[in-house]
Every structure is written in structure tokens, then in C-alpha cells.
Design a protein. Structure first.
Length: 235
């Protein structure tokens, strides 16, 4: 599996938002609200406004614990933690997922944990995290594509290309059109790695035949060129 430059990906256009960036965005948008509701005064205000049912005590506690490790997770994404520190962070995240994995905050923690496992090349552990997530009945339309994509990355890391292709296919099926086009790049890459260059080429050409971001199409063209395949001319 080709090494992904995480810093470079974070600097790409919005269409290349990574799993880790999405988790961090979620935490910034939601954890402050949860932590605000965790104080006694805020709980009184929340009850007066009818919001207490939205953030029950268990979810507030989960979000509070998640918030404590999210700054470390952001540092890991930015490459500021060494391997040992990232492993310690994964242990902390695992505790949140063990205790509160079924809450909204716990779901985010599980995504972050899986992403850390990928970064540490801990393919088996990452597969376990993402596989369990994909089996959650209430994962939701926002998180389901990320979970299936993470599963595909873990399987790709283990060189289980056939299974990775299927995981990416599921990610594409539940993703929106823009994210789905990005995931097709992953699916095609795995097909090529498995030796099925013709199938990979078909996907790259399909991407070029449909509306897609410029960066996505440039990657598809570059992949076709690298494979020695004919690149369709722009219409």
C-alpha cells in the first residue's frame, strides 16, 4: 500500500477532506456545545430551553472524555506525535469507545481510533474497529461512508485486495456523488494493485466521463498514464 502523505492531503481542496479532518471538524462544531451543557448552570438553562433531551447525561460524559483527547488526535493528524505518543493516544481513545461507543461522541471516537490504527499500520486492529462500525444500525449517512472507506484502507494495508475492493464499493454506494468519485480512485488503485489493470482503467475512464472535481480527474489521468493506458481527450 502506497504511503499517504497526510499533511499533503490536508492541504488539498475540499474534495480531498480526509476521515481525520471530518472527525476534527465534528468535534469543533459539537463538543463545545456538549461541554457547555455539562455544567450545572448550563444544564438548568438547557432544561429551560427544552434541550436536555438532546444531550442526555451519558452523551455529555462521552463527549467530555472525547474532548480531552481530541487535541492530541489533531496533533497526530498534523504529524506532531511520535509513534509511542500515537499509540498512547489510541489507548485513550479505545477507553472512550469501550465505555461510550454507541453514543454520537463514541462513534466519532471510534472513527478517530480507526484512523490512528491506520496511521500506525496496525491493519488488523483498524479492520476490527471499522468492521464493527459498519455493523452499527444507526451509524448514519455521514459516518457510514467513512467507516466503509476506513475498512477498505485496512484491508488494502493487509493486501486483501478483493475484500478491499468490496469495502470501497460499499463506501461508494453510501457516499454522495462527490465523495463517491474520490472513493472510486481508491477502488481503482486496489484493482490495479491486484493485477486487474483493465478494470482499474475502466473506473478511471468512468471518472473522466462524469462530472468530478479537477483534482479527482487529474489523479485519474495520472493513474492511466502511469499504467501506460490511453487517456481520453477532454471534450
Amino acid at each position: 500500500m502506497a504511503k499517504v502523505d497526510r499533511k499533503k492531503l490536508l492541504k488539498e481542496p475540499d474534495e480531498f477532506i480526509t476521515l481525520s479532518d471530518r472527525v476534527i471538524r465534528w468535534s469543533k462544531e459539537n463538543l463545545n456545545k456538549v461541554l457547555w451543557g455539562a455544567t450545572v448552570v448550563a444544564l438548568i438553562v438547557a432544561a429551560a430551553l427544552g434541550l436536555k433531551t438532546y444531550f442526555d447525561w451519558r452523551e455529555q460524559t462521552a463527549a467530555t472524555e472525547l474532548a480531552a483527547v481530541m487535541s492530541g488526535y489533531a496533533a497526530a493528524v498534523e504529524g506532531k506525535l511520535d509513534k509511542d505518543q500515537s499509540a498512547k493516544l489510541a489507548t485513550d481513545l479505545a477507553k472512550v469507545t469501550d465505555d461510550y461507543g454507541s453514543t454520537p461522541a463514541g462513534m466519532q471516537a471510534r472513527l478517530a481510533l480507526g484512523d490512528l490504527r491506520l496511521g500506525l499500520s496496525q491493519w488488523d486492529q483498524a479492520q476490527q474497529v471499522f468492521e464493527a462500525l459498519t455493523q452499527e444500525g444507526d451509524l448514519g449517512a455521514d459516518l457510514a461512508p467513512l467507516a466503509f472507506h476506513g475498512l477498505g484502507q485496512a484491508l488494502e494495508g493487509k493486501k486483501k485486495y478483493k475484500d478491499a475492493v468490496q469495502a470501497y464499493e460499499q463506501a461508494i454506494a453510501v457516499a454522495g456523488p462527490n465523495l463517491g468519485q474520490i472513493y472510486k480512485l481508491d477502488q481503482a488503485r486496489v484493482l490495479a494493485a491486484s493485477g486487474d489493470t483493465q478494470a482499474a482503467a475502466r473506473i478511471y475512464k468512468e471518472i473522466l466521463s462524469q462530472p468530478a472535481g479537477q483534482a479527482v480527474q487529474e489523479r485519474a489521468r495520472g493513474a492511466l498514464t502511469d499504467m501506460g493506458m490511453e487517456v481520453p481527450t477532454e471534450s
